[in-house]
Design a protein around this ligand. Structure first.
Ligand SMILES: [Zn+2]
Length: 135
């Protein structure tokens, strides 16, 4: 069990379920903090944020964009496709929420290291400021 490289997400989570039984005094927050870095590493390695970005803010303009419905339904679907089980998914969502990603679009705005959605947002804002200042 020391094999590394191509190890699926679940392998980084060994010991997590044991940890869970020790949560009487400080509940989920401590768990979330303890796994956040690993979760983000796994999500980045599996290009999760790119898939989410592609769904909500597709590169090809003719491709229909998925609308955020205020939940993590797109996030959940992508994680399902990547073999995350429901325990993994609830951990991932807890971590994303702790980073301000309270729904699919907020994941891209707040939790993702970078996203097209956020870049576009700031491009629009900057353009707006420029046009306000120009006359
Ligand atoms: Zn949203």
């Amino acid at each position: 069990m020391t094999k590394r490289g191509g190890v699926p997400f679940g392998a980084t989570m060994v010991g997590r379920r044991a940890y869970r039984t020790v949560n009487e005094m400080s509940p989920d927050e401590e768990l979330v903090n303890s796994i956040a870095a690993d979760v983000m590493t796994a999500l980045t390695a599996q290009h999760f944020f790119q898939f989410l970005d592609d769904a909500i803010c597709p590169l090809a303009s003719e491709q229909p964009a998925a609308a955020c419905d205020g939940t993590h339904s797109i996030t959940t679907a992508i994680l399902n496709n990547h073999g995350f089980d429901s325990d993994d998914i609830s951990d991932v969502i807890a971590v994303l929420k702790s980073k301000g990603g309270c729904c699919d679009c907020e994941v891209l705005y707040n939790a993702a290291p970078e996203s097209r959605l956020r870049s576009k947002y700031w491009t629009r804002r900057a353009a707006h400021i420029h046009s306000d200042n120009s006359d």
